[in-house]
Design a protein around this ligand. Structure first.
Ligand code: GLC
Length: 768
């Protein structure tokens, strides 16, 4: 797109409208540090599927015309706009944030091949480089040289994405994922750029198919592009990566507090084929003393894969079964796919046809493709009426006692080829195409599911999705789809989960043990050691693969899995506090070290260690046969080995022995970790006395407590306890007292001593 020369401009509130020769663009300040750049190439407004409500704050925006450019400033930023809508962003002190690249695209290192050579390589199935593809919308930014690129949601790659290209197109990929894979299930077109002196984010809010090339084509620039939709991106500035993540989640929303039980261990398999099998798994958990809160029913629980039904043959009297499991502390989550079986007489299909709720082929017929139920039709989730219907349908599950809904196959996946781009989908009343709605389909489905569960139960909905677009974190958790029981998949899951966390999705996990292929006992142990720290802790495996419930192998594997699942339950109050931070600030639970220690250059590319909140750092083993590893302890604080209590100064690399039963875990000095006793499931035993493990030094920690279930906390029904360590003494203070059920006391371990204190008032000081 050639915008041409600047012809004029006008300022209206936060918005500066710029008239170019060939188009009209706007530069708007959402806040002092968030700027939207927009040009309505396919629609006039910047209607967003990610940003809900008006986020604009009052900002003092000033625009001045210089000789050949325009300066638009907020109290914190200056935006220089040149002809052809080329832009430079600076901080108000003149520090350059980023500037558009003004040259032409040019592919470095491109292979020049003869047709014969291409055919020869293709014969054996080798992939050919695509060459330069130009796009209608292309924003090229100059590479200053010191960039690190983070985020971009669900990408199977290293933490720093420099030098790679990606595509945003929700894709169902059952084959093994590999490191240069362009797209996976979710599309989150948000990248964080870290430079020596600046941090910023770019959120390209274009839900069509988009591309991000982060210096792959040419190390002199990076770009993002699309062939449809609008030029619509946000420059999110801030003085740290944390501030940028908070800026992005200010726009697109944060992950709300989950119900407490959702933090428990979750066991899944495609499928527990019948009631007896599911009950045997429940029994296995309790018999083997493995804490477990959630069991899943995958597609085979249904009557012929018809969503919102139960197969009486496999799952007779499912209501009684759910009630019985509930009594024993198990919550059951059922899968619901979007594909509705085409079958007259099946109520969901009939209702959808009657109300015209399904998407259409270009000839006006209801569009059909094939998924698990065979010939199927697809709800048009872009329309409110369809979402409301889908939300109402959730009652068919929740009324029977289903505790959460797992939304799968919502890219949408289809077995008879991908849904053609011109199939008619709607965005509310506007008719549009699959090409436009593809990337937001999973988000809209999850939103409908969330709204239904919330309406019917009044509780915080537990929804898990495979596909989504930016902003879905407000409604759903996610998992990373069909990984494999491969060591490389365990290894890469760390950067993948960190990237999702940086991209707003705080409640996220992988299939522990791996979905496809056969898990080994050693892999299951190591994966469980990582999984016990991931926000969503679910073991899942595919049909036809070896079982991977913790007892499926030998005693040693069972013992190790049990040990780490128990550790998970010990950590639940800490994880819950991390979720509180996530809702308040958008900062993820599972994080790369660089989020906490960006000034420490050694953390910029750490792919195999991670932080859980601000206080725990984990350095797992992710390679077969390895029984020791180097661990980097970031500088700026000291660290304690959780297993041995040994103290280390920060800024050092140490060698840690890590036999199969050991996952190296470190706690930052100054921490006061809240811990629960081990229990079979969340809520089995009331925690009147909270355990606090104190790790020397000085520090302050805020612990959050509420009923763990509903929305009363939004009206203030929660307690906040402030734990402060100073000069070797601990004080405990209740700083918010909105929830009646308080702790009666604390069991403290500090300075090598264990003691209990009663807590009835507002403050206890001088504990040592
Ligand atoms: C898809 C999902 C997987 C599920 C299977 C059957 O492959 O990604 O998790 O088990 O479908 O429903």
């Amino acid at each position: 797109m050639n915008y041409g020369q600047i012809k004029g401009f006008s300022v209206e509130g936060n918005r500066v409208q710029i008239t170019f020769e060939n188009a009209v663009g706007t530069v708007s300040a959402v806040t002092d540090e968030i700027i939207n750049v927009f040009c309505g190439l396919s629609s006039e407004s910047n209607h967003s599927f990610a940003i809900e409500g008006d986020k604009t704050k009052p900002v003092n925006v000033i625009a001045n015309k210089m000789k050949d450019y325009l300066i638009i400033s907020t109290p914190k930023l200056a935006v220089y706009v040149y002809d052809n809508f080329k832009i430079q962003f600076l901080k108000s002190d003149g520090t350059l944030i980023c500037r558009d690249y003004t040259g032409e695209r040019e592919a470095q290192g491109e292979a020049v091949l003869t047709q014969a050579a291409i055919e020869q390589a293709r014969m054996e199935g080798h992939m050919m480089a695509d060459g330069i593809a130009h796009h209608e919308i292309e924003v090229l930014k100059r590479m200053e040289g010191d960039e690190y690129f983070y985020g971009l949601g669900d990408k199977y790659s290293f933490l720093n994405k420099k030098g790679y290209e990606f595509e945003m197109w929700n894709s169902d990929i059952p084959d093994p994922h590999y490191e240069s894979m362009r797209s996976l299930y979710k599309s989150i077109p948000f990248v964080i750029v870290h430079r020596e002196k600046v941090d910023y984010g770019i959120f390209f809010d274009n839900h069509h198919r988009t591309q991000f090339d982060l210096g792959k084509e040419n190390s002199g620039y990076y770009f993002f592009s699309a062939d449809d939709g609008n030029l619509d991106y946000y420059l999110i500035a801030g003085d740290s990566i944390r501030a940028v993540v908070s800026g992005y989640t200010y726009l697109t929303g944060t992950t709300p507090m989950p119900q407490l039980w959702t933090l428990g261990y979750q066991q899944c398999r495609w499928s527990y084929e019948n009631r007896d099998e599911l009950l045997a798994v429940a029994k296995g958990m309790r018999d083997n003393q493995i804490p477990c809160d959630v069991l899943y029913c995958d597609i085979d629980y249904m009557d012929n894969f018809k969503v919102f039904t139960w197969g009486e043959e496999q799952y007779p009297q499912h209501k009684e079964m759910l009630t019985d499991l509930k009594k024993r502390g198990f919550k059951v989550v059922t899968i619901i796919d979007p594909g509705v079986k085409k079958e007259k007489g099946y109520s969901i299909y009939d209702q959808g046809i009657e109300n015209d709720f399904f998407v259409h082929a270009t000839n006006g017929d209801v569009y059909e493709n094939v998924v698990w139920p065979g010939d199927s039709v697809f709800p048009d989730f872009g329309r409110r009426a369809v979402r409301n219907w889908w939300a109402d349908n959730q009652r068919l599950m929740t009324d029977d006692g289903v505790a959460g809904i797992w939304n799968d196959m919502n890219e949408p996946a289809s077995f008879r080829g991908e849904i053609p781009p011109d199939v008619v989908f709607c965005d509310e009343e506007r008719q549009t195409t699959h090409a436009e709605m593809h990337n937001v389909y999973g988000s809209l489905m999850s939103k409908a599911t969330y709204e239904g569960i919330k309406r019917h139960t009044g509780k915080r909905p537990f929804v898990i999705t495979r596909a989504c677009y930016s902003g879905a974190q407000k409604y759903t958790t996610g998992w990373t789809g069909d990984n494999q029981s491969h060591w490389s998949h365990l290894r890469y899951s760390i950067a993948q989960l960190c990237s999702l966390g940086l991209s707003g999705m705080a409640f996220i996990g992988t299939d522990v043990g791996g979905f496809g292929a056969n898990c080994t006992p050693e892999l299951l142990c190591r994966w469980t050691q990582v999984g016990c720290f991931t926000p969503l802790f679910r073991n899942h495996a595919a049909k036809g693969t070896r079982h991977q419930e913790p007892w499926s192998f030998d005693e040693k594997t069972l013992d190790i899995c049990r040990m780490y699942i128990r550790l998970r339950y010990r950590l639940i109050p800490y994880l819950y506090d991390c979720f509180r931070t996530a809702e308040m600030t958008g900062l993820p639970v599972f994080r790369p070290l660089v989020l906490n220690f960006e000034k420490d250059k050694n953390t910029l590319e750490i792919n195999d260690q991670f932080m859980v909140g601000d206080w725990l750092m984990v350095a797992p083993i992710v390679d077969q046969g390895k029984v020791s590893r180097d661990v980097y302890l970031p500088c700026g604080c000291a660290w304690y080995d959780l297993h041995t209590g040994e103290r280390f100064s920060g800024g050092v690399r140490i060698l840690r022995e890590a036999p199969l039963d050991t996952c190296p875990i470190y706690v930052r000095e100054g921490a006061v970790l809240p811990l629960w006793p081990v229990m079979n499931y969340v809520g089995e035993n009331k925690v009147d006395t909270l355990e606090l493990k104190v790790f020397g030094g000085e520090g302050e920690y805020i612990h959050y407590q509420d009923n763990g279930e509903d929305y009363a906390y939004r009206d203030g029904a929660y307690n906040l306890y402030k734990f402060t360590q100073k000069h070797g003494a601990l004080s405990i203070e209740l700083v918010n007292a909105g929830y009646a059920d308080r702790y009666e006391g604390f069991k403290i371990s500090m300075n090598g001593k264990n003691f209990k204190v009663k807590f009835s008032g507002r403050k206890l000081a001088g504990l040592r």
